[in-house]
Design a protein around this ligand. Structure first.
Ligand code: COA
Ligand code: MG
Length: 290
């Protein structure tokens, strides 16, 4: 399997309250149909998470392709997965995927060779917390069908405390979602038949992140062409996974945290009256966190 250049970017929304000029610049590089979608969010937190995801995608494709950011066009497939409309661009193929949860937004991207374009990447991030009203065992019971018996035997290890069980649950959730998101199939797959074996020889803590010893079986069959990275982020508040299909990253690196200045891209539309009034309206949306 050939080795590929992998990009892992993260953005922390936790301490960012955008000013009108910042938001205008950000929104200016988002396509009209995505602006309409964003405006439907009730909370500005959700609006910003999704918006940052769009900016990361644009920065990634622009950086890899050398095209000016405002010339990069995206579309979504029938299941909503965003892709780059390459049109007549001749450079190397690439794959990327975005995930956002809590205050984090992640992008994982990978580039390949023109001779071997059948590869892809998926990613997912989850905060390691359980805040549902029910007891953890009741919650696990409801989620039974989403994981295999072997996965449950690891997640529900009785000798572990609740925090460890929640962490194990979230790790498996991220792995499964990253896999499903590479495929782009949403929740149409039988999740119980997709079984992950995490690396039990090392404990996932921030020192070993990312862990790479994960393997996958689908309907009992070993999936040799898939590789996984498991990450811990923000000390140990979040876990994330990257799924690699038919590709392997040259280096198993960590996510790089970007600043606002790194992701606000120049756009000819940032002075448009229409964009400014859109942003004024967005800034009236409430924050979840006070
Ligand atoms: N495939 C891959 N990526 C997709 C996608 C698809 N079908 N649809 C959207 N995306 C991308 C977009 O960039 C999207 O960002 P946006 O919402 O701002 O446009 C981003 O992935 C969303 O990913 P994430 O933040 O991780 O959201 P999610 O985990 O709530 O949803 C889905 C991921 C929608 C792709 C899908 O996997 C799903 O419906 N999951 C349901 C949850 C579930 O039951 N999971 C079982 C795991 S055990
Ligand atoms: Mg997710």
């Amino acid at each position: 399997m050939s080795k590929h250049i992998c990009t892992r970017w993260a953005f922390d929304l936790g301490s960012w309250r955008p000013t009108l000029p910042q938001l205008t610049q950000a929104v200016a590089s988002v396509q009209p149909e995505e602006r309409v979608r964003l405006m439907k969010f009730h909370f500005i937190d959700d609006f910003l998470s999704s918006l940052i995801g769009r900016l990361l995608m644009r920065k990634y494709v622009s950086t890899c392709s050398g095209l000016p950011a405002h010339q990069v066009k995206f579309a979504r497939d029938v299941r909503g997965k965003p892709y780059w409309m390459r049109e007549d661009y001749e450079g190397p193929p690439l794959s990327f995927n975005v995930s956002h949860q809590g205050s984090l937004v992640l992008l994982a991207g990978i580039t390949g060779e023109e001779s071997d374009p059948d590869f892809g990447i998926g990613t997912d991030v989850m905060k390691i917390e359980y805040s549902g009203g029910k007891s953890l065992s009741e919650f696990f019971r409801l989620m039974k069908g989403k994981f295999s018996a072997q996965e449950w035997s690891y997640i529900g290890r009785p000798q572990q405390d609740e925090r460890e069980q929640i962490k194990a649950f979230m790790r498996h959730w991220c792995l499964k979602e990253a896999y499903v998101k590479e495929l782009g199939v949403g929740i149409t797959v039988d999740l119980e038949k997709i079984s992950f074996s995490v690396d039990t020889t090392s404990c996932l803590d921030s020192k070993v992140s990312p862990l790479i010893g994960t393997s996958l079986r689908c309907h009992g069959e070993a999936m040799e062409n898939w590789h996984f990275e498991e990450h811990l982020l923000q000390e140990e508040d979040y876990c994330a996974a990257i799924a690699f299909r038919n590709c392997l990253p040259m280096v198993h690196g960590r996510f790089q945290f970007l600043r606002v200045e790194d992701i606000l891209l120049p756009s000819p539309e940032s002075q448009l009256e229409e964009v400014i009034s859109y942003c004024e309206k967005a800034l009236l949306k409430p924050y979840k966190r006070s």
